[in-house]
Design a protein around this ligand. Structure first.
Ligand SMILES: [Zn+2]
Length: 174
């Protein structure tokens, strides 16, 4: 791409009169952009149109978004933190719930620090030999308390009058 445009130079542009891509002489510029060009075919001046009308603009390549949450940021001084948390570490159990920066003691991986909670019942734990995704909150215990509370009925529809005919059957005549 040659972007060294200057007034008087030539550029390929769509000509709305010739209905085609034509060489144009640059007539006017606004900053680094071409503003007006003159067609070499019909010698008419018009705005610079780098592509034929209706051409979709090339889309900038977008970074593919992963469905997974981004990994937790690296932990600085992990070794120091693990050493400090060794005594406080809880023995890992998938039934327990853990929070970020809590220390767990895994039977295989040793002491690790919870660095992320990527999804429900999953936690990312930084161990000395790498990060692992472990399950947690898989308890058999009672489910977490619901935030929905059943509305308590406080009154029993006082003064409700029934339409049913009074006992004794038909009333008298009108
Ligand atoms: Zn033209």
């Amino acid at each position: 791409m040659d972007n060294e445009w200057k007034v008087g130079g030539e550029v390929d542009s769509w000509c709305t009169h010739c209905k085609g891509m034509k060489w144009h002489v640059i007539v006017a510029m606004v900053g680094p952009k071409l503003s007006k060009v003159q067609c070499n075919g019909c010698h008419k001046q018009h705005a610079y149109k780098p592509v034929p009308p209706g051409t979709p603009k090339p889309k900038a390549p977008k970074a593919k978004k992963s469905a997974l949450p981004p990994p937790a940021p690296p932990v600085s001084d992990l070794e120091t933190k693990l050493s400090g948390g060794e005594t406080a570490a809880r023995t890992y159990s998938p039934k327990d719930a853990y929070v970020i920066e809590e220390f767990v003691r895994h039977p295989t991986f040793g002491v690790g620090m919870v660095v992320g909670l990527p999804s429900a019942q999953k936690m990312e734990v930084a161990f000395r030999d790498g990060r692992k995704i472990l399950v947690h909150q898989r308890g058999d215990g009672p489910p977490p308390p619901s935030t929905l509370t059943r509305p308590v009925r406080t009154e029993e529809a006082p003064g409700y009058v029934t339409d049913a005919p009074p006992p004794g059957g038909k009333g008298g005549t009108e």
